[in-house]
Design a protein around this ligand. Structure first.
Ligand SMILES: Cc1cc2nc3c(=O)[nH]c(=O)nc-3n(C[C@H](O)[C@H](O)[C@H](O)COP(=O)(O)O)c2cc1C
Length: 510
């Protein structure tokens, strides 16, 4: 049997990593923040290219950038090195440094990341572009450099691995996002595999948005044959794996050219982590969700579920989203630079218009290979409203198609939000706690174990957009972790059978 179809493995992983008391988690695991792994991958002895960083604002509002869907179009969509540097910086660059006593300096990055552990690495596979020769590169955000792993045009390897995905075939530049497991499992144990997608998704939200600012088409690819991609990047898949590809721009079709052979080079790096305990359960779910044959990839792309939204709506409150000319004008670049996870909310209300606008623009659609069409989604938004002007406190479901909130239960639920968010006051003090949930039964049935990766990633991209949208209004936001089954129970019967993929709270900062 094809491993991807044995969805018991995804369920075993998911159920075993639920809070509290997931059977795959130890209550006795201890993490000392002072011994946090070094959050940069360092290659020794590779030629490097400095990335010329120019952070100027291009004048595209954040709301527009997070909701844009730039199509593949004939003509020039080839980023030069300056644009590539901006894409990498605004996705995964260092945006601020804060000193904490007992820990020292922490370099924070453009996108939110669980525990600030920064376990996601970015690679670039490109043709010759102005300022950079064709090759395979690793992005070093600390030194703002690209390090060359291979010289030459290797895009064909990725095109083939995706079963000739059209964006990948035409992309002059393809980003690959990888995860170094132990840099996150050191704190979060086996649940760290969920975090791989959470923390990759928040970065991808930024990449999609900054690519749109430069009018470059981009698409999220989760379906690919894993092995050639990992081999191309010289990864040891017991330690580090490719999670997603993101082809950017448009150029002549690369298919038809001879595909170069690739093999592992065993390039020298500094140790990937000071925590070197491999997690067999993560290896298991990752292998079971890996695709080994092109037929599986093609099958996978064909099987994207048809999403049908129930038309039976209870009490519906229309969103008051601002139209294009009423949205905040803060540029994407300025918002990414000042984004940070809020550490304390004030309990003050945000307006219905702000809330509606953030939700609306964050959920317009994601160009992704696992969705039948742009605008479909594997994710549903369930919300606890604590303090939004003109929206009674209670629990709600967001109907994306009709752009209305359906009231599920009226009531004051700050204490519930606090409890669902692992007893963290942030959820009680924020204006709204948003739970991004997925009907995993349906997703896994269609997409197999690989669907688990897709659902986690899509939720996190929306989560990343909610972060950006909130900051565009100078509001605060923070991702939170959660008690899985309590969330489903609270929103049931509406949410019966759905699983939480991502949680985020938004509100006014203190
Ligand atoms: C998916 C996700 C879950 C998070 N969970 C928590 C949490 O449970 N509690 C918390 O205080 N912060 C949480 N955070 C915030 C991170 O700690 C924060 O992103 C990280 O320290 C980096 O800081 P920055 O977001 O300000 O750049 C979470 C962030 C993400 C993306």
């Amino acid at each position: 049997m094809d491993m991807n179809k044995n969805i018991e493995i995804a369920w075993h992983y998911h159920n075993g990593t639920k809070h509290p008391n997931g059977s795959l988690m130890s209550r006795f695991h201890f993490y000392n923040p002072a011994s946090k792994p070094y959050p940069y991958k360092i290659y020794k002895d590779l030629p490097s290219t400095a990335l010329p960083l120019e952070k100027s604002e291009k004048g595209v509002s954040t709301m527009k950038a997070i909701s844009a869907n730039i199509k593949l179009k004939e003509g020039r969509q080839i980023p030069d090195l300056n644009v590539l540097a901006r894409i990498l910086y605004f996705s995964g660059g260092i945006t601020k440094t804060i000193n904490f006593s007992g820990i020292g300096d922490v370099e924070f990055r453009a996108a939110a990341c669980t525990g600030a552990l920064y376990h996601i690495e970015l690679y670039v596979v490109c043709q010759d572009i102005p300022g950079l020769e064709a090759g395979v590169y690793h992005f070093d955000p600390k030194e703002m450099k690209l390090r060359q792993l291979l010289k030459g045009d290797y895009r064909g390897v990725l095109v083939l691995a995706t079963g000739n995905d059209i964006n990948t075939e035409h992309a002059p530049v393809i980003l690959v996002y990888t995860d170094i497991f132990t840099r996150n499992t050191v704190k979060y144990q086996t649940r760290g595999y969920r975090h791989a997608f959470w923390d990759c998704g928040t970065i991808i939200a930024n990449t999609l948005a900054i690519s749109s600012v430069h009018d470059l088409a981009a698409k999220v690819i989760v379906g690919f044959v894993d092995k050639p991609v990992n081999t191309l990047l010289d990864l040891n898949p017991d330690k580090e794996v490719s999670l997603a590809l993101l082809p950017i721009g448009f150029t002549k079709n690369v298919s038809g050219k001879e595909i170069p052979e690739v093999e592992l080079q065993n390039l020298k790096t500094e140790p990937l982590s000071n925590y070197d305990v491999d997690d067999p359960e993560i290896q298991r779910i990752h292998q079971a969700s890996s695709l080994t044959l092109l037929d599986e990839v093609n099958d996978w792309h064909r099987n994207a579920p048809q999403i049908t939204i129930s038309l039976n709506i209870g009490a519906a409150i229309p969103l008051q989203s601002s139209l294009e000319n009423g949205i905040p004008t803060n540029s994407l670049e300025s918002v990414i630079i000042r984004r940070g996870s809020t550490r304390e909310f004030s309990r003050e209300s945000i307006s219905l218009q702000q809330f509606s606008t953030i939700i609306y623009y964050a959920t317009r659609g994601i160009p992704a290979d696992f969705l039948k069409q742009y605008g479909n989604s594997l994710i549903d938004l369930y919300i606890i409203v604590n303090s939004v002007t003109d929206l009674g406190s209670g629990s709600y479901f967001y109907h994306r198609e009709k752009n209305v909130f359906e009231l599920l239960k009226e009531g004051k639920f700050r204490h519930v939000a606090d409890n669902l968010g692992l007893n963290q006051a942030l959820a009680a003090d924020g204006s709204a706690a948003i739970f991004l949930m997925s009907d995993l039964n349906k997703v896994l049935k269609h997409l197999g174990n690989r669907g688990y990766r897709a659902a986690q990633l899509e939720a996190s991209i929306i989560g990343g957009r909610l972060y950006l949208g909130s900051h565009a209004y100078r509001l605060g936001a923070t991702g939170l972790t959660f008690y899985d089954d309590l969330v489903t129970d609270f929103f049931s019967p509406h949410a019966k059978g759905k699983s939480v993929m991502f949680m985020i709270v938004i509100g006014k900062k203190v």
